[in-house]
Design a protein around this ligand. Structure first.
Ligand SMILES: [Fe+2]
Ligand SMILES: [Fe+2]
Length: 268
């Protein structure tokens, strides 16, 4: 069964080294098909922080798909922020800002939502919306379609205030039309899952949303370090949250959904 491990917000320079070692150990045991990393690899986009992030990612012996977060653009260094915002990310992590991973059962597309001008809040461009359409629309309904961004499309269930990704409403219409199945993001350091329809009430299909907490950073928000595991068991998918207990990562929630026509229905 294909397994996608979704990690986010590593924030090197604020990492907890014990938790970082625990995450590596957990991933090595699980042997995921793909590790998705939804951005904020560093705390301040400094060179030494990217070097530390690179050294850590090099210890993960599985295919990886990564998008940058706002913290991967320098904030105080205005010259770099506006003239070459992702130069260090591209040098140390990957030059590919539109990564795609193809598997016979699923396709993952990454979109860079980090922007220099609106440093904290992200955005999707019209060109990126077109690339989402070109990627997902030709695929058969049986292929599981996953979009990865740093900034979220849906707020936490208990807090409607966080800013969502700019042009998210326009993008979600295309994702709906092209049959996207799952949106993965981070940024808020909160883990939660949802049906995008609960926030974007106009969409016709079910689009699952899985937000990841921070995997290894000390910048936690009243919840433990955590990451998501997505296991494809067609016609079902399991979304599991694995959280740090103090000694290891262990599952804390696990939800299965079954696809019936255009809808993912919660099981059990
Ligand atoms: Fe973050
Ligand atoms: Fe962020």
């Amino acid at each position: 069964m294909p397994i996608i491990a979704h990690i986010s917000d590593l924030h090197f320079n604020t990492q907890d080294n014990r938790v970082a070692a625990g995450l590596l150990k957990d991933l090595l045991q699980i042997q995921p098909t793909l590790v998705v990393n939804s951005g904020d690899l560093t705390q301040r986009a400094r060179r030494n922080q990217f070097i530390a992030a690179r050294a850590y990612l090099d210890q993960i012996p599985f295919p990886q798909l990564t998008v940058p977060g706002n913290h991967d653009i320098p904030f105080y260094d205005f010259a770099t922020r506006f003239l070459a915002p992702l130069s260090r990310y591209k040098r140390y992590i990957t030059p590919d800002l539109s990564p795609r991973f193809d598997h016979e059962q699923f396709v993952v597309l990454g979109v860079n939502t980090a922007r220099s001008a609106t440093w904290k809040n992200g955005r999707i461009s019209l060109e990126q919306i077109k690339s989402i359409q070109d990627t997902f629309c030709p695929l058969p309904i049986t292929q599981f379609k996953v979009l990865v961004t740093h900034h979220p499309f849906v707020p936490p269930p208990d807090d409607p205030t966080p800013a969502l990704v700019g042009r998210g409403k326009l993008a979600i219409d295309v994702l709906d039309t092209c049959g996207a199945d799952l949106l993965l993001a981070g940024h808020l350091h909160r883990h939660y899952s949802a049906d995008a329809k609960t926030h974007h009430v106009g969409i016709k299909r079910t689009i699952l949303v899985a937000q990841a907490g921070t995997a290894i950073s000390r910048r936690i928000r009243n919840e433990p370090n955590a990451y998501n595991l997505i296991t494809l068991i067609p016609p079902e998918v399991e979304l599991q949250v694995r959280a740090w207990t103090g000694t290891a990562f262990e599952p804390i929630t696990s939800t299965r959904y079954m696809k019936i026509e255009n809808h993912w229905q919660k099981q059990g």
